[in-house]
Design a protein around this ligand. Structure first.
Ligand code: HEM
Length: 301
């Protein structure tokens, strides 16, 4: 949560108490959001008939306002940087970008409420990525040969052998890694929308077999061929499809490849002594591991 908040409010000082409050408000929202879906269908009469539920929703929305002081502080810091003409050297946060945004039709900036919603949505969106990461790492712990193969692939593409950090530019060269991430998303989609689709088309649906995607990651010209958007055909849809498809699928895939590449190149991942990986799942906002992964990590020498 701390890293996410840094991305969102880069440069602002966050204390433990603020982080905890935001974490609690986000968690409360993610665990309860589904209870309010039906309110979409009867917006007018529903306000009278389901007044109690609407009040609950408003109360949950008020909890999100813990983000307001952080947005305010970020705005002030941005204005001060502008006065001191320091903006050019500064790394922008998500909030900085929102502050610059001008709504073309209404010809106005975002108001405070809209900023709170967008920040909260941004933080919530990344919950899916961290859950996908946990499922992939669980499979790497369970199947050490897959982990080994990723490591071999990484060693094959690193030019400077002393360099241990994988950079964004290295990722397109890692086809097997890409296949592992796709297989992780197929086998354990964090948002449960596509049961059956991946299964029918891909054979041996319950097995974790990254190889099934190996011929699909790129063609001879190095272009992506696996159609994760489901525009040409739908083999699986971890990011949904069509108009409501996840707008951050590219970002999520990039993050997953980057994190897994670095986690594997720097550490060997194993199970806790005498334990096996438990793939039982539990539905929260995302599909989570019922018994979260307890891996042991060993720095690679
Ligand atoms: C592995 C990671 C992710 C998965 C599996 C995933 C999955 C999905 C799915 C299935 C939907 C469509 C839901 C529907 O049909 O209504 C969706 C929507 C959305 N996702 Fe993601 N997502 C991921 C990461 C992210 C990230 C990192 C962000 C933001 C930074 C994000 C932001 C959104 C937003 C804003 C929507 C709503 C789009 C709309 O309703 O028009 N997602 N996501």
């Amino acid at each position: 949560m701390f890293c996410l908040l840094v991305l969102t409010f880069y440069g602002d000082k966050l204390d433990e108490k603020q982080i905890k409050e935001i974490e609690e408000a986000q968690r409360h929202m993610l665990l309860n959001l589904n209870k309010f879906n039906f309110l979409d269908f009867f917006p007018r009469i529903g306000k009278v008939l389901f007044r109690k539920r609407w009040n609950e929703l408003f109360q949950m929305r008020r909890e999100q306002e813990v983000l307001v002081p952080l947005i305010g502080a970020q705005k002030k810091a941005k204005e001060e940087r502008k006065l001191a003409r320091e903006n050019d050297e500064f790394v922008s946060s998500y909030v900085d970008m929102l502050l610059d945004l001008q709504l073309p039709e209404d010809k106005r900036k975002l108001d405070e409420g809209e900023m709170v919603s967008l920040c909260s949505e941004f933080l919530a969106g990344t919950d899916t990525t961290s859950m996908a990461l946990q499922w992939v790492m669980a499979n790497l712990v369970k199947y050490p040969h897959v982990q080994e193969r990723i490591l071999e692939e990484i060693k094959g593409v690193i030019e400077n052998k002393d360099e241990t950090e994988m950079k964004e530019d290295d990722l397109p060269k890692l086809q097997y890694l890409k296949a592992v991430i796709l297989e992780g998303l197929r086998r354990h989609p964090p948002m449960h929308l596509q049961d059956g689709v991946g299964s029918k088309c891909l054979g041996e649906p319950m097995a974790f077999k990254p190889e099934r995607f190996l011929n699909e990651t790129t063609n001879n010209e190095g272009e992506e061929v696996f159609d994760i958007t489901g525009t040409r055909e739908i083999k699986m849809m971890p990011f949904g499809a069509a108009r409501r498809m996840c707008p951050a699928s590219g970002l999520a895939l990039l993050h997953l490849e980057y994190f897994v590449a670095n986690l594997v190149s720097k550490f060997e991942w194993k199970t806790k002594e005498g334990c096996d990986v438990d793939f039982s799942k539990k539905q929260e906002f995302t599909v989570v591991m019922k018994n979260p992964l307890e891996g042991h990590v060993y720095p690679r020498v």
